[in-house]
Design a protein around this ligand. Structure first.
Ligand code: S3P
Length: 163
């Protein structure tokens, strides 16, 4: 099927990276995290990148990182919560594999993320959550409950749907 990649999308704190690692291990596939790639290429943290270069610059880097990930085959990819803001990212991911939405209620995400830590946009979580919900739903081939259960349990839910 297509390139056989699996893309995990969802709001900050939905567990994309933790679930992605478990899913990749379970399927015996490599795992990449676009935020980690962006930070590595920039040579600084995502927070520092936002501070120094702004969100627009981050989104350009994110689009490039998503495009790179889409050229892989049989890879599990977790992308940042805002990757769905660009239509081109969604179209590229859907062409390159299966897009899975890790869906969790905002109250659960707030409990998990706490004060925001390394997430520069967390202060606007309420507004962004409402804005992005329809984007996640539209972008995904299917969604799984990610507000309850361990990352391994969520990964098993996804694996069950993929097979
Ligand atoms: C963002 C989410 C973050 C990171 C950046 C912007 C967003 O990734 O890409 O801080 O706009 O929702 P996570 O979803 O992995 O926290």
């Amino acid at each position: 099927m297509k390139r056989g990649n699996v893309f995990l999308i969802g709001f900050m704190g939905s567990g994309k990276s933790a679930v992605g690692k478990k899913l990749a291990a379970g399927l015996g596939l490599p795992f990449i995290d676009t935020d980690r790639e962006i930070a590595k290429t920039a040579g600084c943290s995502i927070t520092a990148l936002f501070r120094r270069c702004g969100e627009d610059d981050f989104r350009r880097r994110e689009a490039a990182s998503v495009a790179r990930a889409c050229r892989k085959s049989k890879t599990v990819v977790s992308v940042g919560g805002g990757a769905v803001l660009r239509r081109e990212n969604i179209a590229a991911m859907r062409r390159a594999g299966t897009v899975v939405y890790l869906q969790a209620p905002l109250a659960v995400l707030r409990r998990r993320v706490g004060a925001g830590g390394s997430r520069p946009l967390w202060g606007q979580a309420g507004r962004l959550y409402a804005l992005r919900l329809p984007l996640y739903n539209r972008a995904a081939h299917f969604r799984v409950r990610a507000g309850e259960g361990s990352p391994a349990a969520v990964a098993r839910r996804i694996a069950g749907r993929l097979s």
